[in-house]
Ligand binder design. Structure first.
Ligand code: G4P
Length: 531
């Protein structure tokens, strides 16, 4: 409908998922280098803050009020406008990390070649699968001794349950790393250890068929091994099928070394061709197509400002259709209010930029005086619809909250409820009692510190947290069909309910989840909560 189709269609919005230290930051820096967004790799902000210890968290959060970490990076490359969403790791890992994936149209999974699939990747991968978004795999650190390539692919297939299709194939690893073989063109691209930060490598390319050159470049032994592996691969691996990639059933796999800048541009080029333009999204009125509607967006993350002097927050929203213009009137559907979004901004590599316009696929941050909730929809004033809500993700750490001064009950309940509504923590109660006993669940343990600090500073309430041994929580999908009093659980199981009265089960062992399912025919449990 709009003449902005072209702007929308050139957008690519993706998240990078990985375990800490696999090379996410280094790869992002190299992407930016190709995009010309920064001159020298190494200046991506947020790296320093990603590595902080719990003790200096408060300082970091204060700074965040000003710099809001590098949550989203936008850059241009080869006529594409690319948005990279950061999925924080380390102690920063929280429900927000999962929510960020709700705003992406595809994911790049970075795997350390000597470590294989690690815990955080596994967790984030589950969310990608739930959304059925395309997943691209970059196996990094090939300049270091790597696990056997077939074993790595096997591990991805078995552990993550997704078929793999190598687009290129490594020749050796570590000191013996010689480059990659591109399966489509039949060419070998030799490895060159470029200086950190330079854009151009000095790699040479030749056809593997050109035996004389191949022998001279990589030697007889490597050549024989490569030819054997390719034969095996052609016979055994899944064929490339763009439809399966787009539905999230097949992951294209690339090999490289982000640090030495090898294989990064090849990856970027293939990735941009294979990934999708901004995807349509489900709403209560049906599917909303990015180019067929005027502006609409949903809120996927709210960042509270820890600085007491500024109790404002930033709401991050993903534009799902049309064009956003600074100053335009929009409707906040859940608040049933027409408004102008205040201080719309884009978070760039090294600055927060006030923006004039943005398009479907882009992420914008707006000043939030406390009116937005996660999952809220914004659309044109004349329209009325809601995007499908954002699920609640399973916390992995639990603690009982004890209030030190029982006289401050009111502030306590108000504070903890508000913080839960913002989405930083989840709160649960004993199944058969009221709010006397509150159990708090978090995705990352840092959120416990956040809760304690905010209750003290914003609500003047002191609490003590007593850790509980539960690690697994499950929502009961078919709660109307199940009589909770008759449920045959395991001895480590605890029944709780959330603020809306939904029943949930807590377990200490993963094994007990399966046991409880076995003992109760018809019971359906889920790791995601949906209202
Ligand atoms: P992350 O964001 O996923 O946590 O990982 P990051 O990029 O910070 O990389 C973690 C460490 O791995 C860094 O080293 C980085 O230089 C190194 N690294 C990343 N890609 C490669 C690669 O392709 N090959 C090799 N050999 N190393 C790689 P560090 O010593 O922890 O940090 P730094 O002092 O180098 O920044």
């Amino acid at each position: 409908m709009g003449n902005y189709d072209q702007e929308i269609n050139r957008r690519r919005t993706f998240a990078i998922i990985s375990h800490p230290d696999a090379g996410k930051t280094t790869l992002t820096e190299k992407f930016l280098l190709y995009g010309g967004a920064i001159n020298l790799a190494g200046s991506v902000k947020g790296k320093a803050t990603a590595r902080h210890a719990v003790s200096d968290w408060m300082e970091i959060e204060k700074e965040r009020g000003i710099s809001v970490t590098s949550s989203v990076l936008q850059f241009e490359y080869d006529h594409y406008c690319i948005n990279i969403l950061d999925t924080p790791g380390h102690q920063d890992f929280s429900e927000d990390t999962y929510r960020t994936l709700m705003a992406a149209d595809s994911a790049v999974m970075v795997i350390d070649a000597s470590k294989g699939v690690e815990a955080q990747t596994r967790k984030l991968f589950k969310v990608c699968v739930m959304r059925k978004i395309p997943i691209f795999t970059f196996i990094n650190k090939m300049d270091r001794d790597a696990n056997d390539t077939f074993d790595l692919l096997d591990e991805i297939e078995k552990e993550l349950g997704i078929a793999t299709c190598p687009i290129n194939w490594p020749i050796g690893s570590g000191k013996g790393f010689q480059g990659v073989y591109d399966r489509e063109s039949g060419k070998v691209i030799t490895y060159s250890d470029t200086q950190k930060g330079t854009r151009e490598g000095t790699a040479t390319e030749f056809e593997l068929q050109d035996e004389a050159t191949a022998l001279e470049q990589i030697g007889a032994q490597a050549m024989e091994k490569l030819v054997g592996e390719i034969e095996l691969l052609d016979g055994a691996s899944a064929e490339f099928d763009l439809e399966l990639v787009r539905s999230g059933d097949l992951t294209p796999v690339f090999f490289g070394s982000a640090l030495t800048n090898f294989g990064v541009e090849i990856f970027l080029k293939h990735f941009l061709k294979m990934t999708t333009t901004p995807l349509p999204r489900k709403a209560d009125v049906g599917i909303i197509n990015p180019t067929e509607r005027e502006f609409s967006a949903f809120v996927f993350k709210i960042q509270a400002n820890m600085n007491k002097a500024h109790r404002d927050r930033v709401a991050f929203m993903r534009i799902c259709s049309g064009r956003f213009d600074a100053g335009m009137e929009v409707k906040h559907v859940q608040g049933n209010k027409v408004m102008r979004l205040s201080q719309p901004q884009q978070i760039m590599a090294d600055e927060r930029k006030i923006l004039e316009e943005a398009f479907a696929g882009d992420i914008i941050g707006v000043f939030d005086p406390g009116i937005f909730s996660i999952g809220d929809t914004l659309c044109m004033p004349k329209e009325q619809f809601c995007y499908e809500g954002i699920p609640t993700f399973a916390p992995e750490h639990f603690a009982r909250v004890r209030q030190l001064d029982t006289m401050k009950r009111k502030q306590f309940v108000k504070g903890i409820t508000q913080i839960a509504q913002e989405g930083a923590i989840q709160i649960f109660q004993e199944f058969n009692t009221g709010l006397e006993e509150i159990i708090v669940g978090v995705v990352g343990v840092l959120q416990f510190e956040v809760l304690k600090y905010r209750l003290e500073n914003e609500y003047n309430v002191e609490i003590r947290l007593e850790p509980l041994p539960y690690e697994h929580i499950r929502w009961i999908e078919n709660k109307d069909e199940i009589d909770l009093n008759k449920l045959q659980g395991t001895s480590d199981m605890k029944k709780v309910k959330d603020l809306k009265g939904n029943p949930l089960l807590l377990f200490i062992n993963a094994w007990s989840v399966g046991m409880t399912l076995d003992r109760n025919k018809g019971l359906v449990l889920s790791e995601f909560g949906r209202d």
